[in-house]
Design a protein around this ligand. Sequence first.
Ligand code: ADP
Ligand code: MG
Length: 245
Amino acid sequence: MTEIPLVQIEGVNKWYGPLHVLQDINLDITRGEVVVVIGPSGSGKSTLCRVINRLEPINDGVIRFDGRVLPAEGKALAKLRSEVGMVFQSFNLFAHKTILENVTLGPIKVLNDSPADARQRGMALLERVGIANQAAKLPAQLSGGQQQRAAIARALAMRPKALLFDEPTSALDPEMVNEVLEVMISLAAEGMTMVVVTHEMGFARRAANRVIFMADGRIVEEAPPEEFFDHPRSERAQDFLSKIL
Ligand code: ADP
Ligand code: MG
């Protein structure tokens, strides 16, 4: 028996007014797969992430997560959101909560974990991303790299089946990029299903099973990282790579 892909995107189209932002997107993501999405600014990468956990509705097509069509609202939507963690460029931590509270709030409120359990798990996650000693601080007291690692711990605290990363290192000072990528590489090695929008080619080569190249709302090319970076087939991809490498 073949296993159902964790994410199934079939014939998806989305418009913002007249702008056809996702055009006939077909994409299956299997369990444990790491998919890196790259492409020029405005090509629809963030929108693709946002439709997967239904932060944005689609106009046409179907998206299934774990075999079920994405729910539009209510408890089923809240459950889906807890199963698909998202890490943004801008960290998005709760500014007036401590780092540990940031990590325990969701599990207590949404998963009904006891505060003691949530704290214990939360500390273990902060340990895992290397910032256990920052637990009692407020986000603003941490470096950008530490804040992004806290955001990853917060996403993991919800025990997600998949994690979406939208340019997680783009807002970081260069010296902090690697500490975040190392955490992501270890998650990939542990079998987490991940969709990662990034221009970090070193990460893509090390961690990705597949690279998706998007332009103008379409998937123009998809290939294993070595093949994509060494032998891009389309002119769009060749042109894009010549500008960023
Ligand atoms: P990327 O992440 O690849 O830079 P996005 O998915 O953010 O691309 O955006 C794709 C296109 O959709 C862009 O032209 C952008 O301006 C447009 N867009 C994104 N969000 C909205 C929105 N909420 N309303 C209208 N247009 C949007
Ligand atoms: Mg984007």
